[in-house]
Design a protein around this ligand. Structure first.
Ligand code: 5AD
Ligand code: SF4
Length: 465
């Protein structure tokens, strides 16, 4: 393929977008582009967008808008809007960003190469938002090459831990959520394709895999293939893979079978991200979540008793339409009852394609912010409590890289030794003086200090990869 110049990808949004950007990087590379970190040098700029909240959408438009002047100077510069906002906007995207060349929807990635050729042959303003039941499978042989290229420009380059999408779309239709409209119906990838991709990653030195889907618990159900717990077992047999994580689990579909795999399979991390969204039954019903506060708490209790020390995290939305003081208080109470290790909290953002946009009782932005801050302040108490409880205990950590921040404990011990960082199976960030550990090793750390968002300790032992 003849050399076409440099490509720059800007990824906004979730882990799935990080994975998708790697695929886009692979396609661009096969087409003759070389990835760059320097935006100004690029001959093609791709923004892989997110539309989950208004702010993310605005970020995409403002990023792409910046290229208006550059495009006038260099008409051959190619500008691409890809992903969720592209799918949502279609040709309307041109009215806000007239200098766009391609609008590439979420199910159009496999046709990206064709569109680039069409552009070269003189076609302008290409829009592809066609839906497809087929999941785009990157060529397995090119997977590794793609990852190496994309490390330069997509995810900051943690080479030992990678995301891999196992399913796309969502059929749950939570009333606030745009995903079913922009990512289409739920469909699962074939398990052999997933395992083959992971084998290649493991051969390239990847040690930790995070399996991604909007609701991994329903993996393979439609296709009548293997179940998600069975997929976890298969992935855990891949040589070289030390740890497996996954996101996201829907509380209504969390099975005892899955809880048992977390308990029994050493490679499956003792951590679960289980978005609750609200602690109020009234709001959960309006959100169409399919479970109650009580059933959610029951599942948390089952998890805690089967898997002692499990790290728990959740997503919460505050200020959903008609959320009253009592409803919000129910959410605060749920935090007190469950004691999560960490939370991701969001102010409700109106999405015009989601049903809740038409609900009455919209909450003022100012009030949403007050609730958000109250919630985060309360959670800080539990995050700290959970971290403090680990002081004096040994934790197994997968070494991810050099630590950027030097802790007081470290400065006291040595100013010569390198400080490394990694995460425990329960997803705690741990810093420690490196001694003879290297990226990808599993090390045991004696925890000495707890900070609000990380832990610090000494190395007890190293299991070389
Ligand atoms: N407003 C605010 N937060 C949202 N989320 C999804 N849709 C919205 C919305 N319209 C949050 C949910 C979800 C997470 C990925 O984003 O908490 O779990
Ligand atoms: Fe959105 Fe609900 Fe599907 Fe999650 S489960 S992607 S919140 S519709």
């Amino acid at each position: 393929m003849s050399y076409k110049g440099y490509a720059y990808i800007n990824t906004i949004g979730c882990q799935m977008n990080v994975y998708d950007s790697e695929k886009l990087a692979g396609i661009l590379n096969a087409y003759g582009f070389e990835m760059t970190d320097e935006m100004d040098k690029a001959d093609i700029v791709v923004c892989n967008t997110c539309s989950i909240r208004h702010k993310a959408e605005e970020k995409a438009f403002s990023f792409l808008g910046r290229f208006a002047r550059e495009k006038k100077k260099r008409p051959n510069l190619i500008i691409v809007m890809a992903g969720c906002v592209a799918q949502q906007e279609g040709k309307k995207a041109f009215s806000r960003v007239p200098h766009l060349d391609i609008v590439l929807g979420t199910q159009a990635f496999s046709r990206f190469g064709q569109h680039l050729s069409a552009l070269e042959s003189g076609k302008t303003q290409i829009v592809d938002i066609a839906e497809s039941d087929v999941i785009f499978e990157a060529m397995p042989e090119s997977t590794l090459a793609q990852r190496e290229i994309s490390d330069a420009s997509c995810d900051g380059g943690n080479k030992i831990s990678k995301f891999i999408t196992i399913m796309q779309g969502c059929d749950n239709y939570c009333t606030y959520c745009v995903v079913p409209y922009v990512r289409g119906r739920e469909r699962s990838r074939n398990h052999s394709a997933i395992v083959d991709e992971i084998k290649l990653l493991a051969q390239g030195g990847v040690r930790e895999i995070t399996l991604l889907g909007q609701n991994v618990n329903s993996y393979g159900v439609k296709e009548e293939g293997i179940s998600f717990p069975q997929l976890l077992e298969k992935v855990s047999c891949v040589e070289g893979i030390a740890r497996i994580r996954f996101a996201t689990s829907h509380p209504k579909d969390l099975s005892m079978e899955l809880i048992h795999v977390i308990r029994d399979n050493d490679k499956v991390c003792n951590h679960l991200h289980l978005p609750v969204q609200s602690g109020s039954n009234r709001i959960l019903k309006k959100m169409n979540r399919g479970y109650t506060r009580e059933t959610y708490i029951e599942r948390i209790q089952a998890l805690k008793s089967a898997c002692p020390g499990i790290g728990l995290s959740t997503d919460i939305i505050v200020g959903f339409p008609d959320e009253g003081a009592e409803d919000f208080n129910d959410t605060m109470e749920l935090l007190r009852e469950v004691e999560f290790d960490s939370i991701f909290a969001f102010a409700y953002s109106d999405r015009s394609s989601a049903p809740a946009a038409k609900f009455t009782g919209q909450i003022a932005e100012k009030e949403k912010m007050i609730r958000l801050n109250q919630l985060l302040e309360l959670q800080d108490v539990y995050t700290e409590k959970k971290n403090n409880a680990l002081v004096g205990k040994p934790l197994e950590v997968l070494v991810e890289g050099e630590s950027q921040k030097l802790h007081d404990g470290f400065l006291k011990t040595s100013d010569k030794m390198q400080q490394m960082t990694g995460r425990s199976a329960s997803n705690k960030v741990v810093h420690f003086p490196s001694e003879n550990s290297a990226i990808g090793d599993l090390v045991t750390i004696q925890i000495e200090n707890a900070y609000p968002h990380s832990l610090w300790g000494y190395l007890l032992g190293v299991e070389k990869k």
